[in-house]
Design a protein around this ligand. Structure first.
Ligand SMILES: Nc1ncnc2c1ncn2[C@@H]1O[C@H](COP(=O)(O)OP(=O)(O)OP(=O)(O)O)[C@@H](O)[C@H]1O
Length: 253
């Protein structure tokens, strides 16, 4: 049996908050098979971003393990971890994070340059075509719509042919139509074998994934396979209500 793209075991992450320690993750187990599109949802503060950052090697967990295609991230020193992030992981951010002075082509090629590799103009052109922007390579981010900028960011995340693309609220800054375009693109990439892990607050966005993982208070509390948006919204409503009840109970003490 081949290793899953991501294998997480007993993951804990504790922060030193102003009011004392905060347990953002309290023992998360998770497998993401290769070529799967997984969505992570949960009430505000449930640990979604912390989980994404630990899985992507951006944050060192307090306890537990993260394996990327069999590589244990905790066994790597910081230079090797940075190399793994550059070569084996793609990241898509809510605010696109494109460099405004660079063209779409130059933004897409940036991860290769940062890794000491020369750009490959054929690959850049193929990626631009794949995200539906074949004619826009010479445009700067300011000359593109939000949806087009996010599609450039997706192409940039793919340029190193990463094992996993992590997306943190990739449609959070987009209008409905652009959001659907970006989600359709992510779905298409997953159908072609790209592993994707996406944090989202939007049940419709989650419905594009193969499975949704629900977090509450630092724990995985539920999963839905082949999720329909209405079922995701119902599950989230219950989780948000119980998180609010718990917060009120703490406040009343
Ligand atoms: N750097 C930090 N220092 C202290 N506490 C933190 C830090 N980062 C996150 N936390 C706390 O850890 C918990 C989980 O945060 P996290 O950002 O992972 O949640 P989230 O589910 O992504 O929330 P949201 O949906 O609001 O973005 C929260 O209680 C948060 O306040």
């Amino acid at each position: 049996m081949t290793a899953p793209a991501i294998r997480i075991r007993r993951l804990r992450c504790r922060f030193d908050g102003e009011g004392g320690p905060v347990d953002a993750l309290r023992g998360v187990d998770l497998d993401v098979p290769r070529g799967a599109f997984a969505a992570i949802m949960g009430p505000s503060g449930s640990g979604k971003t912390t989980l994404l950052h630990c899985a992507a090697g951006l944050r060192t967990p307090t306890e537990g393990t993260v394996e990327l295609d069999g590589t244990d991230l905790s066994a790597l020193d910081e230079p090797r971890l940075a190399e793994l992030r550059r070569q084996r992981i793609g990241f898509v951010f809510q605010q696109f994070n494109l460099l405004p002075a660079l063209t779409a082509e130059e933004n897409i090629e940036l991860p290769l340059r940062l890794d000491g590799r020369g750009p490959d103009s054929q690959r850049t052109a193929a990626l631009l075509a794949q995200v539906g922007l074949a004619q826009r390579g010479g445009h700067r981010p300011g000359q593109l719509s939000g949806g087009q900028q996010q599609r450039v960011a997706v192409a940039r995340a793919l340029v190193t042919d990463p094992e996993v693309v992590f997306a943190d609220e990739p449609t959070g800054a987009l209008d409905i139509r652009s959001a659907r375009e970006v989600l359709g693109l992510l779905r298409h990439l997953a159908d072609r074998g790209q592993t994707i892990v996406m944090v989202t607050h939007d049940p419709v966005a989650a419905s594009y994934a193969d499975a949704v993982l629900f977090l509450a208070d630092g724990l995985v509390v539920d999963q839905l396979a082949s999720p329909a948006a209405a079922a995701v919204a119902n599950r989230m409503a219950v989780l948000v209500e119980s998180a609010e009840r718990a917060a009120n109970a703490v406040g009343a003490r």
